[in-house]
Design a protein around this ligand. Structure first.
Ligand SMILES: [Fe+2]
Ligand SMILES: [Fe+2]
Length: 145
């Protein structure tokens, strides 16, 4: 498996969790459960992706700028997650912030998949693409354990 496939699989999980979350209402059990899951998914993915995808790509002149951009977006996502954590789940503001988070994350994932992967594909060798996938998946297992 290539690193792009490994990352895409986890992006799909995030998309699904966000799709479910914007359909939840009030301070419900499902809202709590899926938000906890989404927070973990986002946090673990950002760590594994920064360590085993962006970090090696920071070494190339061709991918340093987009890597920085993506990492900056991870911070924006973190801040919005924090805002949600500090908002009462039973208030209407929660869903508004959740929809902003969904918009931001979807933008980020699409940019990674449709722009950054193409640039990274030219910089990484076939062996690196495989190796990074193994490292990325191993890191996700550690984070999730
Ligand atoms: Fe990312
Ligand atoms: Fe990602």
């Amino acid at each position: 498996m290539e690193i792009f496939t490994a990352i895409r699989k986890d992006h799909e999980k995030q998309r699904l969790l966000m799709k479910i979350l914007v359909e939840t209402t009030g301070n419900s059990e499902s809202r709590q459960k899926y938000f906890t899951e989404l927070k973990a998914e986002l946090a673990h993915h950002a760590i594994a992706e920064e360590r085993h995808f962006y970090s090696p790509l920071m070494e190339s002149d061709n991918t340093i700028e987009p890597s920085r951009h993506a990492i900056a977006e991870h911070h924006e996502i973190d801040e919005l997650v924090e805002k949600l954590e500090n908002t009462d789940m039973s208030s209407s503001a929660w869903l508004i912030h959740m929809k902003s988070l969904q918009e931001l994350v979807l933008h980020h994932l699409d940019e990674e998949e449709h722009e950054f992967f193409q640039q990274a594909g030219k910089v990484l060798t076939a062996a690196q693409k495989q190796k990074l996938a193994d490292e990325y998946r191993h890191e996700m297992e550690i984070q999730e354990s």
